[in-house]
Design a protein around this ligand. Structure first.
Ligand code: AP5
Length: 206
């Protein structure tokens, strides 16, 4: 069972993926988290990815596809959060799955207007120790927990990430719609409601 989470930055993909993984036994693979980890450790991939991420640009397809090849398990339920993000990545994923005798089960599109994205990203804070994600208004960190703002959550980078999403990632909506795999979720609702819609669209698959 392989599910892709698609949607603009800050749509809540990571938040929902973590819950679904915990409650339904999915493996949560977030290319953003894997890349941030690589940057933190200063690996060759991290060194190459850093400059793209800081600018809000996509990391080159071949690096991302190689990363996914490395971590995609042979068995089990998997959420691909933030991958694929280009048609080239989607085609590479299809071939990769074909080689393993598998296929994609669903692509969930997290639909959310730009103003909500801006509010969510500008209020997002992360605990650098645990990676736990908070929001200053919707999910504030408990007293005593030190949080930081992600480098790419600065206003000028958010703007660029939204442009990149529209130009390079949004074409995947039609791509997956044509394949009959796209499921839409209204991600502007509170987390609990979004989770309920998610379970609904995934049905027995979850
Ligand atoms: P990545 O980390 O994937 O960033 P993103 O897609 O921009 O997604 P975000 O992590 O910003 O948001 P999210 O949708 O997970 O929202 P979250 O749950 O945190 O990628 C970062 C960079 O890595 C890219 O720019 C690129 O450079 C590179 N990269 C990654 N994948 C790549 C790929 N495949 N190809 C090339 N490059 C790649 O929620 C946001 C905030 O809102 C949080 O504060 C949360 O608490 C709050 N919140 C969540 N849900 C709700 C709700 N329902 N109501 C109120 N608040 C909510």
């Amino acid at each position: 069972m392989i599910v892709v989470f698609l949607g603009p930055p800050g749509a809540g993909k990571g938040t929902q993926a973590k819950r679904l993984a915990k409650e339904k036994g999915f493996l949560h693979l977030s290319t953003g988290d894997l890349l941030r980890e690589a940057v933190k450790k200063g690996t060759p991939l991290g060194k190459k990815a850093k400059e793209y991420m800081e600018k809000g640009e996509l990391v080159p397809d071949e690096l991302i596809v190689a990363l996914i090849e490395e971590v995609l398990p042979e068995e089990g339920k998997v959420i691909l959060d933030g991958f694929p993000r280009t048609v080239k990545q989607a085609e590479a994923l299809e071939k990769m799955l074909e080689r393993k005798g598998k296929k994609l089960d669903a692509v969930v599109l997290f639909e959310v207007p730009d103003e909500v994205v801006l509010e969510r990203l500008s209020g997002r804070r992360v605990d650098p120790e645990t990676g736990r994600v908070y929001h200053v208004k919707y999910d504030p960190p408990p007293p005593g927990v030190k949080v930081v703002q992600r480098e790419d959550d600065r206003p000028e980078v958010i703007k660029r990430r939204l442009e990149v999403y529209r130009r390079q990632t949004a074409p995947l909506i039609e791509y997956y719609e044509r394949k009959g795999l796209l499921k839409r979720v209204d991600a502007s609702k509170p987390p609990e409601e979004v989770y309920r819609s998610l379970l609904e669209v995934l049905g027995d698959a979850a």
